[in-house]
Design a protein around this ligand. Sequence first.
Ligand SMILES: O=C(O)CCC(=O)C(=O)O
Ligand SMILES: [Fe+2]
Length: 383
Amino acid sequence: MATDTMTLPRQTDTTTQHEARSTAYLESRLAAKDNPNLPSTYTIPIIDLTPSFTPSLSARQSVASQIRSACTSTGFFYITSHNIPSTSCTAILSQAERFFSTLSPAQKEELHIKKSELGLGWEPSSYTSIAGDVETKEAFNFGYEEGLDRSGGDGKYRNLDGSEGNRNLWPKESELAGFYEGVKEYYGGILDLARHLFRLFALSLDLPETHFDHMTTHPGGIARLMYYPPTASSPNSDLASNQSEPIGLGAHSDYECFTLLLSSPTPGLEILLPSGHWHRAQPPPNSFIVNVADFMMRWTNGVYKSTIHRVVNRGCQARYSVPFFFSVNYDEVVETLPTCLKEGEVSRFKPIRAGEYILERLNTTTKEGKGFAGNEAVFEENP
Ligand SMILES: O=C(O)CCC(=O)C(=O)O
Ligand SMILES: [Fe+2]
């Protein structure tokens, strides 16, 4: 396990009330603090999904109970035997590499995220910042469209802002031949897997297995291709002892229901422990990392934990990753799940439309890096 000391969002000389509150917010979100379920040594559980694809309800329930235990403690788990072919994973990581290394600056500029009100398109490293850090990451973001959904969707997709129509920005076929088809192949598979996992989440929350099905017919599903440049000059150079860390992606929690993360072998993802140290994720071969995100935490009245994480590539190889942020249909209004409230307990959160919540969170990352400061409104609890 690689650890170092915790870095909170950078404070300016004149600490504003907002910034002080943003630090307090991050501190308050330290992974599963004061949680009696927290294991004494931190390990990310590995959940084998094989039984979840069988006709046996009790086998599916056994997987669901492992999911519950991970979601109420670490907020992170690895999944294996997930039915996504390893060739598909290798192929999307190569598409990511092609995107960042083949397109010219002018071609990337055509896809610039500033042209999108929904955070879609190409994101140069400095354009967004979560916690005020100068981040090394570069990204390409795209969302759900019916053409990417193997079920064909239900024709009712709404964007984050409630608008209709496909707002993705794609590179031209003549500039990156086969890119769209490659993305479609991966997206279709990961979307099916996310819907399968949502059924297991339903069981894990003592709900009927199909409880969320009607809410994921035209779901939110933002995927990102991410590139973290190498920062060490040779395998033996030790960046861990450097004063300034090469923050790839600043400390944050994800916004949607849960995230399915694929990455190239270069390590980088670090998870904030209650002790304030960072735990470096080491996913087993052919696995995905799954983590609970803030909307799910809110929806479960805090029963499921959304855990702070960041990315630091200390190596001499580039890191590529493909997070997939899964949400219910953006036009769905959700309120606390009844099974997450004890008798007589009142929900801490007001009902909210999924897209409204997520868009508000996304917008905060582009306002001079005041991500956490701007997030208080959407975490507002019931008065
Ligand atoms: O690239 C990674 O490994 C993680 C990315 C991530 O946490 C995010 O995009 O929210
Ligand atoms: Fe994340």
